[in-house]
Design a protein around this ligand. Structure first.
Ligand SMILES: C[S@@+](CC[C@H](N)C(=O)[O-])C[C@H]1O[C@@H](n2cnc3c(N)ncnc32)[C@H](O)[C@@H]1O
Length: 479
């Protein structure tokens, strides 16, 4: 039985409704991408097909695409790579003809994804994108015009990939493949739908690496308190429940960072997904923590804290002027990468300080932790890793992956410092907070379990010998 049924609900479009009751951590959907593209900064570092990160990749001289192995290259060839090679060949034979402008592998990520989706559809003569929400009617005329221009480019490239110079004279199979998807209006809607439906693919450490279209996962709506979470294993998405979900309840994901002030998140949801999100009591509470500024002499929160966002900086609306000036000063140091100075001002200033879960405090603690790790300053790294974990606990719901990853990193540093009880606590938090997280990260999960048993043994030995032994330093920083 399918885990969910798709139904249309007023004001929400298609929705995924649970077909039965689910326990926390159960898989509700596992799906291969219909198409994926690496983000520009990952090209040349990862396999274009499997998304594996490798030092040595096979590089295609015609397209610049890189692959981890001949098998990956072959799998990509069947899906999209052969078509892109045909485009490269057409471009080199007749410069400019039919394939004007930059090659598709140089296009912006969403358009590249649309092209790969279209190409696969032509080959299989299917158009699964016709069901996707595109918000076409809500786009401005100039946006629609841009989408149509992009659609025409996709169709030009598709024709080139099929060896079509003149449709009338094309080989019958190529012509039928092309005609199966050639409606310009539909392709323009496909381009628009990529903005709304593409999922950001992340690696084991939750870094953004690719964009993917997942036809079934695209049914899941957003919720401010989602009951499901997605993770990625190569090109595959795995969606799991993070709490108990009852039969008939809607299965939802978070489209945007929840450890961010709601006004920033809601603005982005409106801009990119065309719907209004509302504040829940938990969101109000989280907003208060993320923007809390403390004032001397008794270090009580100022009445209106000051929000901050890495892209938008200090958010002024409704803020107390002197607290605002304080945050601007800290932000100024942050923007100039003066992490230590910013941290001092933020946490040891005479008049104002940042609350324990303030968004800027978390951003600074993360920067300082990473910097200390890269410089192998392990006691600083430990101090900031602790800060990061305590900020996480205040901000994120339990079971959130970033929280468990934070605990796993801290465990490593605690172990290095011979703090075996703390290591055990961190490992247990990492493993129990989001047990499902480690299923998709078997190597990292094994590392956490090994740290836990090592810390247990060391703690026992220390209690017999009355002291701790020096340990070898953290090896790879891969969790
Ligand atoms: C990836 S699609 C999700 C499935 C979509 N409902 C459909 O009909 O295909 C994203 C779109 O779903 C709608 N949506 C998602 N979450 C929503 C929510 N919480 N409230 C209202 N609409 C939502 C918005 O139109 C959004 O652009």
């Amino acid at each position: 039985m399918a885990s969910f049924q798709t139904k249309r609900l007023a004001g929400r479009g298609r929705c995924a409704l649970a077909s039965r009751t689910f326990s926390p951590g159960e898989v509700v959907l596992e799906e291969d991408a219909w198409a994926v593209v690496l983000l520009p900064d990952q090209q040349g570092l990862r396999c274009d097909y499997s998304l594996t990160c490798l030092e040595k990749l096979l590089r295609c001289p015609s397209t610049g695409l890189c692959f981890a192995s001949k098998e990956d290259q072959k799998a990509a060839a069947d899906l999209y790579y052969k078509a892109e090679l045909e485009v490269a060949a057409a471009r080199s034979k007749v410069p400019g003809a039919n394939v004007a402008g930059a090659a598709p592998w140089c296009w912006p990520s969403h358009l590249r994804l649309a092209w790969r989706v279209l190409q696969r559809g032509a080959k299989s003569r299917e158009q699964p994108w016709l069901n996707l929400e595109s918000h076409w009617d809500e786009l401005s005329e100039s946006q629609q015009c841009d989408m149509e221009t992009s659609a025409a480019r996709c169709l030009d490239v598709l024709a080139a990939s099929l060896g079509i110079l003149d449709l009338e004279e094309a080989a019958p199979e190529a012509r039928q493949n092309f005609q199966a998807v050639a409606d310009l209006g539909d392709v323009a809607r496909l381009v628009a739908a990529m903005e709304v439906n593409a999922m950001t693919v992340t690696d084991e450490e939750l870094r953004e690496i690719a964009l993917g279209l997942y036809i079934h996962a695209a049914v899941f709506n957003h919720d401010e308190e989602p009951n499901c979470i997605q993770s990625f294993v190569g090109r595959r998405v795995v969606i799991r429940t993070i709490r108990e979900v009852f039969e008939g309840e809607e299965l939802c994901l978070a489209y945007a960072e929840i450890g961010q002030l709601s006004r920033v998140r809601h603005g982005n949801l409106w801009k990119h997904f065309h719907f209004r999100a509302f504040k829940t009591p938990q969101v109000e509470k989280r907003d208060g923590i993320l923007s809390c500024v403390l004032a001397a002499p008794d270090w009580q929160p100022v009445e209106h804290g000051v929000g901050w966002d890495p892209d938008q900086g200090v958010l002024e609306e409704g803020a107390a002027p002197d607290a605002l000036a304080f945050l601007k000063e800290v932000h100024h140091c942050w923007s100039e990468a003066k992490w230590q100075k910013a941290w001092k001002e933020a946490t040891a200033g005479p008049t104002f300080r940042l609350g324990a879960g303030h968004a800027l405090r978390l951003a600074l603690a993360r920067e300082l932790m990473d910097e200390a790790v890269s410089q192998e300053q392990w006691s600083e790294a430990l101090a900031f890793a602790r800060e990061v974990c305590s900020c996480h606990q205040l901000i994120y719901p339990s079971g959130w992956p970033v929280v468990s990853l934070g605990w796993a990193r801290l465990a490593k540093l605690e172990l290095y410092h011979g703090h075996f009880d703390a290591t055990m606590r961190c490992c247990q938090e990492a493993l129990s907070g989001a047990p499902y997280l480690w299923e998709d990260r078997p190597v990292a999960g094994e590392e956490v379990r090994q740290m836990l048993s090592q810390a247990r043994l060391e703690a026992q030995a220390a209690s017999w010998q009355g002291g701790y032994q020096a340990l070898t330093g953290p090896k790879a920083w891969n969790i």
